[in-house]
Design a protein around this ligand. Structure first.
Ligand code: 5GP
Length: 112
């Protein structure tokens, strides 16, 4: 089942892409919650983190390392937050796995 993120991967709808490699794509969130707000998504379709299998271990690690690289590229490597919303009750609204990379303002804990 394809989502609008699938359409962004296939360039059927536009996005402000900041990073791409063979496994993932990263683009700016359309409704940013911080001065830097990027979504990092696998090109492979996976609805949510809870669907990941052992075979996806390398892909999940790849998303973390891509986040590091994107943070460096955008000059926010000293302070950023990664968020994965899993399931509607946790705030997930697009069912294609994505890692939010947020930076550029103070972050509080607990996150709310
Ligand atoms: P979730 O709520 O599923 O964790 O995050 C989905 C994110 O996708 C939201 O932060 C939302 O602003 C973003 N989003 C929804 N539609 C679009 C879109 O068409 N383009 C971009 N760039 N971001 C989108």
């Amino acid at each position: 089942m394809s989502t609008l993120f699938g359409k962004i991967i296939r360039r059927e709808i536009p996005a402000d892409i900041v990073y791409e490699d063979e496994l993932c794509l990263a683009f700016r969130d359309i409704n940013p919650q911080a001065p830097t707000h990027v979504l990092i998504i696998p090109k492979q379709e996976m609805a949510k983190l809870a669907d990941a299998k052992a075979a996806d271990q390398a892909l999940l690690g790849h998303l973390m390392l891509a986040a590091n690289q994107i943070a460096r590229q955008l000059g926010v490597e000293n302070a950023f937050r990664l968020v994965v919303n899993n399931g509607a009750e946790a705030g997930q609204s697009v069912f294609h796995l994505h890692v939010h990379l947020l930076a550029g303002r103070p972050f509080h804990w607990p996150p709310g």
